[in-house]
Each structure stands twice: as structure tokens, then as C-alpha cells.
Design a protein around this ligand. Structure first.
Ligand code: PLP
Length: 378
């Protein structure tokens, strides 16, 4: 039986954009413009302008944006890169595949890297820091960049979940040497398959990654400058994404409206901890890629919500360093471990209706034996 409130709703998302998306697909296919053509160039230019950086390079995934960042920064065997375990495994696996050693630090209350832990984790081998802006909220990049500058470390931002989020008005992805975005379908800007983008202010890095994504081949001469990969963002995906990028600000506004509704509906339940609500007074502009709560009796709540017709998600039931195959069991990360037993993402996407969100709020309240909040109608 389909969920009354799904976690995402791709059919409705595309129904609303149908004519524009089909128009773009028709144009690309009828011209035969499939690889490294104008649509990709336009989308790269528009993304760079959106993020406020000089260069953007379209890639086949957020994972490759991270990996090629490491390669372009010459991170390799013998180096260490500091990151977190409370993230999608790609953040850590790219460090592994670069030949460097991942050094995992704990997270804070906002699920992002605990900046207090970073300096303690720096060793003579540390080459870089890879903060993750989880759930559409930036890490404290002001503090982190100071530490990085003091120790002469590169910063690669895993902004896969944070396109459009800002700190003091500065966009996610624009702080470090590179910023890496994912266009996986469920992301805030998702395509009809896979895609990613690396942004940077460094011409050297942009030039290097443009070559790395295309087998190291200099198109003008045919010369192969070094061993590379096939990691191009398809022109068709770029054309679809370029349409969606125009809608991103209004989708972000809707996400923030929905976060306010959740906050109003759930804030007086002592059994759950909510994310910081959107508030124009704070330094952080969060985009709510995910609406993650910490819940007492989390697993029972999840089962109850699913039975009630609400699809929810536990992104990582087991922290990364507890997966034996990854050989990271020597890290002791109490907050990461604690949080992984409590977190759950509630549905939040721009097409979610007020009625649907009220249904979710009612169900959560019912589970904890609480009556409906009077102030949720919005
Ligand atoms: C935090 C984080 N990092 C990296 C990635 C990898 O992005 P992609 O799936 O586009 O390779 C994701 C996407 O799932 C992510 O959420």
C-alpha cells in the first residue's frame, strides 16, 4: 500500500515541472547535444553564480566531486584527512581511495563536526579537513577556516546536502578550496539520475578537475595530460538541473515554511528534540534538506509512523566506524554513537502539503500520548 505521506514524491515533483523538463529533454535530444555541450556550460555558470564562486565543474556524482577534490589537492598516501563518522559513507570512502587515512572526529548537537575536536585530531600528517554540512545546515565554518589557516590545511566541503545554505550570508561550498554538491534525486536540487558538482575559486583546481573528469584529455589537442576518469555530468541531466536551479530559492522557502510547521506542532513534546527552527535573526540560513529529530523510543516511533502510513527514514542505523569491513573501529565517538540510536528524518519536501504535515504531527503526538497542538494550522 502506498504511504499516505511518502518520504519524497518524485511523480508529483515532475508533474509540476513536466512541460519545462520535457521541453529541455526534447531540445537536447533533437540537437543530439549529449556530452560536454552548452547546457552543461550554462548550468555550471549558473551554479557558480548561485554559490558566489568563480568556477563550477559538473561531475557524475557528489562522490566524485569529493574524490577529484582530493586528487586535485594532491592528497594521497601518508596524508591524513579529518572528517566525521555521522555522514554518508562516501565522505569517508573517498579519503580511503585517495590513499590517505581518514581521521574521524565527533559531532555536536547540530549533527555537524564538533569544531572543538578538530585541533586535537591534527597531526604532522594532517593534510586537510572535510567538514560535512549535514541536513542543510552549515558547520561553523568561521571557526573551522581559522583552524585550517593556522595549520595550513586544505578544506574540502562536503556540501552534498547543503546547496543554498549560508552562514553569515556566505554560501555552503564557498569557504574551502572546493565545495562538493550532489544532485542525487532526493537532494535539495536533484536530477533524474546521478550528478554532482565541484565549485572552487581556484582556476588550477577547476582546470585540473575538468581534465580529470574527461580521462585527462585536452580536447583542443587530443593530448592526454595524465590518467583520468569518466566523471562527466551528462548534458541531459545538466539541462534538467538548470531548469530546477531557477526554482531552488522558492523550494528552499517552502522547506523552511514546513520546518516552522513542524516546530510549531512538535516543540512542546519533551520526548523529542527538534532542529533549530528557521529564524532570519540567526547567522545560519538552513535549507532543511532533511528534517531530523532525536526521539525517545525511536524504533517504536518509526514502526508506529510507518503503520500510520508515514514514510520516515533512519539514514544510518549504524555509525560508519561500527562497520567492521571499513576498519575504523578504533575511533571512539560517543555523540555519534548516541545520536545514531535516536535520529529519524520526517518527510519534508517542497511538494508536501500542509494537510500531510499536520497528519505527521498528529501521528507523532499521538504516539507520545499527547493531544494535537492548537497552533499548527498555517
Ligand atoms: C553527506 C553526503 N556526502 C556525499 C554524498 C555522495 O553524493 P552522491 O550520491 O551524489 O555520490 C551524499 C549523497 O548521498 C551525501 O549525503
Amino acid at each position: 500500500m502506498p504511504y499516505r505521506v511518502p518520504f519524497v514524491n518524485y511523480p508529483e515533483h515532475y508533474r509540476r515541472l513536466w512541460d519545462e523538463v520535457m521541453g529541455a529533454i526534447t531540445e537536447v535530444l533533437s540537437r543530439g547535444d549529449l556530452i560536454l555541450r552548452d547546457q552543461l556550460r550554462h548550468f555550471e555558470e549558473n551554479t557558480a553564480a548561485f554559490v558566489g564562486v568563480k568556477y563550477a565543474v559538473g561531475l557524475n556524482s557528489g562522490t566524485d566531486a569529493l574524490y577529484l577534490s582530493l586528487l586535485a589537492a594532491k592528497v594521497g598516501p601518508g596524508d591524513e584527512v579529518i572528517t566525521v563518522a555521522h555522514t554518508f559513507v562516501a565522505t569517508v570512502s573517498v579519503i580511503h581511495y585517495s590513499g590517505a587515512t581518514p581521521i574521524l572526529v565527533d559531532i555536536g548537537d547540530d549533527y555537524n563536526m564538533d569544531i572543538d575536536q578538530v585541533e586535537k585530531a591534527i597531526s604532522p600528517r594532517t593534510k586537510g579537513i572535510m567538514p560535512v554540512h549535514l541536513n542543510g545546515r552549515l558547520c561553523d565554518m568561521k571557526r573551522l577556516m581559522k583552524i585550517a589557516e593556522k595549520h595550513n590545511l586544505i578544506v574540502i566541503e562536503d556540501a552534498a546536502q547543503a546547496l543554498g545554505a549560508t552562514l553569515n550570508g556566505k554560501e555552503a561550498g564557498s569557504f574551502g578550496l572546493t565545495g562538493c554538491f550532489s544532485f542525487y534525486p532526493a537532494k535539495i536540487l536533484g536530477t533524474a539520475g546521478d550528478g554532482g558538482m565541484l565549485v572552487t575559486n581556484s582556476k588550477d583546481v577547476a582546470d585540473k578537475v575538468r581534465l580529470l573528469r574527461d580521462h585527462g584529455v585536452q580536447r583542443a589537442t587530443g593530448d592526454i595530460l595524465f590518467y583520468g576518469f569518466n566523471s562527466r555530468l551528462d548534458n541531459l541531466q545538466a539541462a534538467i538541473l538548470d531548469i530546477k536551479l531557477r526554482y531552488l530559492p522558492q523550494w528552499i522557502e517552502r522547506r523552511r515554511e514546513l520546518a516552522i510547521l513542524y516546530h510549531k506542532g512538535l516543540s512542546n513534546l519533551p520526548q523529542i528534540k527538534l532542529p533549530v527552527p528557521p529564524d532570519s535573526q540567526t547567522r545560519y540560513f538552513d535549507v532543511f534538506t532533511n528534517y531530523v529529530i532525536r526521539a525517545r523510543e525511536r524504533d517504536r516511533l518509526v514502526a508506529y509512523l510507518k503503520e500510520s502510513g508515514i514514510e520516515v527514514l533512519i539514514s544510518w542505523p549504524k555509525p560508519i566506524h561500527h562497520h567492521k569491513a571499513l576498519n575504523l573501529g578504533h575511533f571512539n565517538l560517543p555523540m555519534t554513537e548516541h545520536i545514531s540510536r535516536e535520529v529519524v528524518s520526517l518527510p519534508l519536501f517542497p511538494e508536501l502539503s500542509n494537510e500531510q504535515i499536520e497528519f505527521v504531527i498528529d501521528a507523532v503526538r499521538k504516539f507520545y500520548g499527547s493531544t494535537r497542538s492548537p497552533c499548527v494550522k498555517g
